[in-house]
Design a protein around this ligand. Structure first.
Ligand SMILES: [Zn+2]
Length: 301
């Protein structure tokens, strides 16, 4: 299933939104979902929600422990004629033409007040309203706090040559994916946008010597400056990692990357800047790990 009711977020959301909420810390329990049909109370789990993207064979999706039947399941099966798990996985997510990148952390909406019966009644009401709202405007704009869903969508749109047809809304500005994502390879510093963009390129992770928990991401391709070319870097201080709700997960992932030296594409929402006393390096500053993501390059040989 593509959509579900989230008790924690009090909305009917798709699996990409659930993934984003999980990784930005707004929700922490992958089982706290329910079938979106107002008449059905089957419990749903968001599969893959806790996995980094490269470790997934399938995109995140909602599933039930035991097969269940209701009007929503029937509707899904009728519309495509495949298993409910595959229905609409692309539709809601990819067809949305404008995604919104938010800067404020989404809040967990559910408060633990009131008796259990009150909460259930309240949830039932909200679910019903949101479910029918969604029926009326099927292409809801995705609103995300991490760049993870944006990177996934970028990869699909790139493969389908649709980068000019999808947009990102950032602080009220509509920017096509083709301009939002900037390849580091051969980039000329004099031509970069004054606002932050999502820069990407192949990179390797290193542990910083004598600073146990700091990491440096070093890009494999050069950015061209006025006087010389630079291999840009991202410095991830331990303090940045400690600020994040998934500090242990991020710490482990970076350690693994540093040990394995696997070929990886890094994505960062930032801006390259010349730094150092002698202007000897270029780095992309990071303030929040929600603005960073990576994909392991799969070797088919
Ligand atoms: Zn159901």
């Amino acid at each position: 299933m593509e959509i579900a009711y989230s008790f924690d977020y009090e909305d009917v959301i798709d699996a990409e939104k659930a993934y984003d909420l999980f990784w930005s810390g707004a929700i922490t329990d992958k089982k706290n979902f329910q079938c979106p049909s107002p008449g059905c109370s089957a419990q749903l789990t968001c599969a893959n929600i806790d996995k980094p993207r490269y470790a997934m064979k399938k995109r995140p999706y909602f599933t039930t422990k035991d097969k269940h039947n209701c009007d929503y399941v029937e509707k899904c099966e009728k519309s495509v004629g495949v298993g409910a798990e595959d229905v609409g996985r692309r539709a809601g997510y990819i067809d949305s033409q404008v995604d919104t990148f938010l800067f404020e952390r989404p809040k967990r909406k559910a408060q633990g007040n009131g008796s259990k019966t009150d909460l259930e009644d309240k949830d039932r009401e909200i679910k019903k309203r949101k479910y029918f709202e969604q029926d009326n405007k099927p292409a809801r704009n995705g609103e995300y706090n991490t760049i993870k869903p944006l990177v996934s969508k970028f990869e699909i749109c790139k493969a389908e040559e649709q980068l000019d047809k999808h947009y990102l809304n950032i602080a009220g500005y509509k920017i096509p994916y083709s301009q939002m994502f900037v390849n580091i390879d051969g980039l000329d510093l004099s031509t970069i946008c004054k606002y932050d963009r999502i820069y990407f390129g192949e990179a390797t992770v290193f542990k910083v010597p004598k600073k146990n928990n700091d990491f440096v991401v070093r890009f494999a391709e050069k950015i061209i400056g006025e006087r010389k070319a630079y291999f840009p870097t991202i410095y991830i201080a331990d303090s940045i990692i400690q600020k994040h709700c998934w500090r242990h997960v991020w710490g482990n992932m970076l350690n693994e990357l540093a040990d394995s030296r696997e070929r990886t594409i890094f994505y960062i929402y930032s801006k390259p800047k010349i730094n150092g006393k002698e202007q000897e390096y270029v780095n992309l500053q990071i303030t929040n790990l929600n603005h960073l993501d990576y994909r392991i390059i799969e070797d088919y040989n």
